[in-house]
Design a protein around this ligand. Structure first.
Ligand code: KG4
Ligand code: ZN
Length: 355
């Protein structure tokens, strides 16, 4: 029997998480993630600081990933890294590190698309969706509905025309005076709030595309008007102290109501996508799929609609290298390798040069 074990070391550094993972024959053996608290005080990721933190974290993170997997660097068969999209300075750190390892070990290199990896995080568990499946990918930079025909054949059938769902969470949190990233905090406060207390509009966007910028504007006016209205009305404009007090008095209900609207925008489009494609194997992916309200609403909807539903484990929802490793595994099997001259790209389409 010709049985060879395939061990992949994968690196993810597209935004503000430095992560490394070891995967053997499609099974994740380690997934180490170092976050960057430095951005909290700035209300968003500062690219320059993110690149510097990646440089500090990458060696220890790779080291711990190998040790956790009980794996020697010399026994690794393939090096994988996130090529695009992301912050270019952050991507460059991971790409250069991966290329140097591949060169020094004389092993093949696999370049992975971050959004494909979020989708394929659903192939990590034993119980996997069958093909074709639909995936609603909701992250800080993207919101997409994807048809996945095979691990290496994906097509986007709907996406946001402005903000991503994660941005809607983070920008709402910023308006509420909460630190970055605000998504997990809104999730936390929403758990004790009344989702029906305040009403925010659902945008009317044709087809399977999404829009979240109108929601952000309505929340801005809602807070400026201390909850009296969510459109601009001079007579309701409240002073700063009144606005602050309104937020303090109603934080859980505001968070629950905003979260409820974001979830309904997402799931209404997903329902439409299932109707249009006839595909009933349905997955969730991306950082926002860590949201407890979305996870529950998605599972409930799937049960009502008779879908087979899948959500990655929490550690594979937000940015992580395990999803890069599993994607690299399938790309390796498909013979899709990168040259050592490969460059990362900030854009979702790596063919387009980064400005
Ligand atoms: O996938 P991800 O880690 O990074 C990108 O590729 O963008 O997603 C990060 C996004 C952030 O906007 C963050 O606020 C959001 O995911 N997020 C959440 C939760 N956990 C992370 N949003 C809502 N509820 C959560 N529990
Ligand atoms: Zn991501």
């Amino acid at each position: 029997m010709n049985f060879q074990r395939l061990t992949i070391l994968a690196i993810e550094s597209s935004c503000d998480e430095t992560s490394a993972s070891v995967c053997r024959d499609g099974k994740i053996l380690s997934n180490i993630i170092a976050g960057q608290a430095v951005h909290e005080q700035y209300g968003g990721v500062v690219p320059e600081l993110a690149s510097r933190a990646h440089l500090q974290h990458i060696v220890p993170v790779v080291d711990v990933a190998l040790r956790t997997a009980n794996c020697q660097l010399q026994t690794v068969d393939c090096i994988a890294f996130t090529q695009a999209p992301g912050l270019i300075g952050s991507l460059l750190v991971g790409a250069q590190f991966a290329k140097s390892l591949a060169l020094s070990l004389n092993k093949p290199l696999v370049a992975v698309h971050h959004m494909q990896a979020h989708v394929l995080a659903n192939l990590i568990p034993e119980e996997k969706p069958s093909f074709p499946f639909l995936c609603l990918t909701v992250s800080g930079g993207h919101t997409q509905i994807v048809v996945c025909e095979s691990p290496v054949k994906l097509s986007v059938i709907g996406e946001t025309i402005d903000d991503a769902a994660g941005e809607a969470f983070d920008k709402t949190a910023k308006l509420l005076g909460l630190p970055y990233p605000g998504g997990p905090l809104i999730d936390k406060y929403a758990a004790t709030g009344n989702p029906k207390r305040f009403s925010f509009p659902e945008p009317r966007i044709p087809g399977l595309d999404f829009s979240f910028s109108g929601l952000k504007t309505s929340i801005l006016y809602f807070l400026k008007n201390a909850g009296e209205s969510n459109v601009f009305k001079e007579e309701f404009a409240a002073d700063a102290a009144t606005q602050k007090q309104f937020i303090t008095d109603n934080l859980p209900d505001i968070c629950a109501s905003v979260q409820n609207r974001i979830i309904s925008i997402l799931l209404n489009k997903l329902k439409k996508a299932v109707r249009e494609t006839g595909i009933t194997q349905v997955c969730l992916a991306g950082g926002v799929s860590a949201n407890s309200g979305l996870r529950k609403a998605f599972m409930d909807l799937g049960a009502v609609e008779h879908w087979k539903t899948f959500i990655p484990a929490f550690e594979y929802c937000t940015d992580n290298a395990a999803m890069i490793a599993i994607t690299a595994y399938y790309k390796y099997l498909a013979g899709d390798f990168a040259e050592l001259s490969v460059s990362p790209s900030a854009r979702a389409n790596p063919e387009t040069p980064t400005p």
